[in-house]
Design a binder for this molecule. Sequence first.
Ligand SMILES: [Zn+2]
Length: 731
Amino acid sequence: MDRVSPLCPLVGLIASDAGTRYLSLACNRRLQSMLLTLSSMPTSPNPLLLDYDRIPFGEIEAAHVVPAVKDILEDGRAEIEALVSVESTPTYADTIGRLDDALERVKERTVPITHLLSVAETPELREAYGKVLPEITEFWTRVTLNEGLWSRIRALAETDEAAALSPMERRHLDTTLRDFRRAGADLSTTDKEKLSAIRLEISSLEQKFPENVIDATNAYSLLIEDGGRLEGVPDADREEASRKAAEKGQEGWLLTLDYPSFEPIIKHAHDRDLRRELYTAYVERCRDGEFDNRDIIARLLHLRRELAEVLGYADFADYRLVDHMAKTGEQAFGFVEDMTQKTRLYWERDLAELREHASVLGLSEIEPWDTAFLAESLRRDKFDIDDEVIRPYFPLDRVLDGMFEVVRRVFGLVVTEQTIPEVWNPDVHCYELSREEDGTLLGFFYADWHPRPDKRQGAWMNALRTGGPRDGGFEPHVGMIAGNLSPPKGDVPSLLTHREVQTIFHEFGHLLHHLTSTVPIAPMAGINVAWDFVEFPSQIMENWTWEEEAISLFSGHHESGEPLPKELYERLRRARTFLGGWMQMRQLSFGHLDLRLHRSHPDAVTQDLMSYIEGLFEEYTPGPAFARMHVTTSFTHLFAGGYAAAYYSYLWSEVLDADAFGRFRLEGIFNREVGDAYLASILTRGDSDEPEALFREFMGRDPDLQPLLERNLGRSLDDGSRDGSSAMASP
Ligand SMILES: [Zn+2]
């Protein structure tokens, strides 16, 4: 399970089909005074409409949402109408430039609301957002269906100016033309109306799906009255469960389905029935009852297919992937199949090992709720290592300080903590990121690390404002990173597993991609890159968490201050490829599920949805009992926008990061020259060039699958995976 939860769906990039490329956030103050005049000001000013330096999180209330959004959208519409009504020959500045500014402004002004929904949700806020969501969706849909706008952009493309644009501006114009076509700009009026209706319904279902997951998660708890049932569970987790029970006025231990509560049970509890009960509850969230997501999935699959067909694509995957590195569903599927074939032998090896260990423990057959437990127990036996031995060496503050030191050494970037009052929760910390050599302030960010009932699950990064080079200097970016990491327990600080340490590095990698961007065109800046490229800068950061020299910077026992002992490090490193085939197959099973759901005809899929899905898992699991225990009905990656038809992109990006990190391994993990080259070719460049070209610029060649196979699987089996042919090389 633990590979699923730390993945980050980058909530800032809502893949509204109307314009993924337009959903980054930028700052442009040009229109702000106009916005204030348009607002019908209530007695006290609406904080969402004020001209702020720091987003006034502490002051935003649910009641502000509806009036603010109405004003923000009205302002956006007025600006677009104004630029459409210009009668002279279109110029880049008065069409594309002005459109970018108007749209970035809408995004920048609405993102505090969606951000709050993910970190400080209240029923009132949810309801208020639900009221304006249709209008927001309609706004984005209307942009690309605006005929006046479309004809001005097409006219611009025919001008002499367009022929002489800089390569970056030309690329932006071309992708804008492509995005408009892909959004339906060339369709008949009837088809445009149809498309709008489809988008509107998709958007409301994608809003409802994760709400159901949160509600189903919160609706469940299991009170354990007999402490003996928690045998094997680490003390710290038992204490947390007992604290949770006390909080509710109950006696005993309260278990919930929040990942930090759920994980220690399935990994450590000796009580098999307890594991079964909790695991089953976890998997069965949203499978029926009040928070049933099955009909939402079925409807979404139909709507997505319909949307693709209206736009002339064979299926949703082809529609979705046209602006990805993979380009087509077939190419992505080929990649997943190729990797599956290269992984299978390792997966079989791992399964055999788990089965053998099960029989040692007296289990005749393994069940889905046994694997995490067996894996943990086997890991302890083989490598004499478990999370609880490692945790004391990774207190959160130490990890953060050490990580900041890593990026100072590698990239010459300095992080300084700031105390500001405008936060959504006292738990939130704020920082500035600057360039060491000249002190240039690149960005500001928030970090929110621990679980709360009003916060969504997982870990993620969000872009709150896109800065970059502007007339008069560098405008700092604003971003945030969040997680649900092990919280402090009593007097003991937050102590992290190594996986949690990787999660922090991962999200910080996304953040650096955003905060270091020097792309002046906001919709192409930072993380606004091809979806199967976006996890590359995040995943590459995880590599430093495995390097001894780096670990000595960010580990330190919370009592003695002693860094992770060498011998423990050796054991941790040796365990790195442990069950690598098993884990990789799990990732591939999700990629496979996702592409099959979005490439097959929805009638065939949805007739008996759950059996169809079970069937898809069969070749990826040890048997039907496992195939049945899939998490599809709570799989927000696929059904709340972000990763639909693009789940494969995690592994695709992993190929890129494993390969690229090879250059650091070779030339030095703290080598500033390599760090600078990486900054110059990848990190600062956003989508200013084709991702393939950026990769080639840094590595001097196309990506190679082999480093990832070695990193994840080891090299012990002769399975032909050394055949370096890469399903990524073309088209
Ligand atoms: Zn990520």
